[in-house]
Design a binder for this molecule. Structure first.
Ligand SMILES: *Cc1c(COP(=O)(O)O)cnc(C)c1O
Length: 401
């Protein structure tokens, strides 16, 4: 069997269009493809590989648990799940944890909990969910409908109902929609897929106040921002507001699929026995790796290192921009950084991504006009320096083309 990119088109559903490159090995923030070409990884598996590739702590946890016990189902609980839940509860406002396998599933649980809580405590009328345009919450039908891009939810027949969208960072647009019939307001504490858009503190406080006024739950989707990505353990910690529910996935497993929904004891009580579940949620192997990732990230050294790396990367991008004038804005927080292209390069983020691959650098886009950087939280400083040099070559290749 020849395993190459052509095989993808022959055996895979055509919902993705992956690069021609097929990576086969990774170590830290370096990756090698089938031809042994080396790449520096500024993408981190779309903000998942928070400790790079094959971090020794994660490999050790995987090996140790892999030789002990992989899976039980939720007919019995297991030690890694209990340990990880205890650590999540100790480190956040939350008191209860529900484990899932992905971000979308964690959000699905949050939305179902919100609807069930509202039904139990206020009756049928309180079912409205408000989210924000350009928000992203996953690809199950409920979460994609709550997400703020109709293009992703159209074309699948009737959608889950009573879901409305306001404008991010525009409190008046939320105020116009919210009422005592609102059950929850769901948002990212920094819009990722939607273009790396930070909230203002006033907006966040305003959302919290409106939720309190109308007795609606505030749900933070921290799937991309959680577990150190912004330099805080969770982004809400830097915003001066406490949500009622947070969801976490991506970095939580450092590359192993796991997600979780975190909430208070009072709200959790509404997910009674039998109301929700998952075969794999709380899988022992996933939770063992998650525990090792969480322990490694949740230290002052790593979290402060994120803020230090943010400055280095943003300064590097500014220096490149001073030479080539391709970015209208460089923004984001921690190691969730966006560079928005100028008018002249609108719609061409993917061209920059492809040019970077040619130079041996993996980056991401967030929409068609924003380049996104989400490297490992512990990427070595020399990899940042070399990666930026490769990025400058990619930018030069496009500007001089
Ligand atoms: C990636 C992402 C999701 C979806 O996570 P999956 O693991 O792909 O289901 C949901 N919300 C946000 C904010 C994300 O960045």
């Amino acid at each position: 069997m020849t395993v190459n990119r052509a095989l993808f088109d022959s055996v895979m559903v055509p919902n993705y269009s992956p690069s021609q490159v097929i990576p086969v090995k990774g170590m830290g923030s370096r990756v090698w493809d089938q031809n042994d070409k080396e790449y520096i990884d500024f993408a981190g598996g779309i903000a998942v590989n928070c400790l790079g590739h094959c971090h020794p702590n994660l490999v050790a946890a995987l090996k140790e648990q892999g030789e002990k016990l992989w899976h039980l189902s939720n007919v019995m609980t297991n030690e890694p799940a209990l340990r990880l839940a205890e650590k999540l509860v100790n480190a956040t406002f939350a008191e209860k944890v529900y484990f899932a396998n992905s971000g979308a599933e964690a959000n699905e649980a949050a939305l179902k909990l919100a609807r069930r809580w509202a039904l139990d405590t206020h009756g049928e009328k309180k079912s409205q969910i408000i989210a924000f345009n350009k928000g992203f919450h996953g690809r199950t039908f409920f979460t994609v409908t709550v997400g703020g891009q109709a293009a992703y939810s159209d074309g699948f027949g009737p959608k889950p109902g009573n879901i409305d969208h306001a404008e991010y960072n525009d409190l008046a647009s939320l105020e116009a929609l919210i009422s005592d019939n609102t059950c929850a307001v769901m948002l990212e504490p920094l819009q990722g897929e939607g273009g790396i858009v930070s909230p203002t503190k006033e907006f966040m406080q305003g959302v919290r106040d409106l939720c309190d006024k109308h007795n609606a739950l505030m749900i933070f989707d921290e799937v991309q921002t959680g577990v150190g990505r912004t330099g805080e353990l969770y982004a809400y910690m830097g915003l001066g507001v406490t949500p009622d529910i947070i969801t976490t996935a991506k970095a939580l497993g450092g590359g192993f699929p796991i997600g979780a929904m975190l909430t208070t004891t009072e709200l959790a009580a509404h997910l009674k026995i039998g109301t929700h579940g998952s075969t794999y949620g709380g899988n022992a192997l996933a939770c063992a790796v998650g525990e090792a990732a969480f322990d490694t990230v949740n230290t002052p050294e790593v979290l402060n290192g994120v803020k230090q790396r943010e400055v280095i990367i943003k300064d590097g991008l500014k220096a490149i921009n001073a030479k080539y004038n391709v970015f209208a804005d460089i923004r984001g927080q921690g190691l969730l950084i966006g560079a928005e292209l100028t008018e002249a390069y609108q719609g061409r983020a993917k061209d920059f991504l492809n040019a970077a691959v040619d130079q041996g650098l993996m980056i991401l886009v967030a929409g068609v006009s924003v380049i996104r950087f989400t490297p490992s939280l512990v990427i070595p400083l020399e990899d940042i320096e070399q990666g930026l040099a490769r990025f400058e070559s990619a930018v030069a290749a496009i500007v001089n083309a």
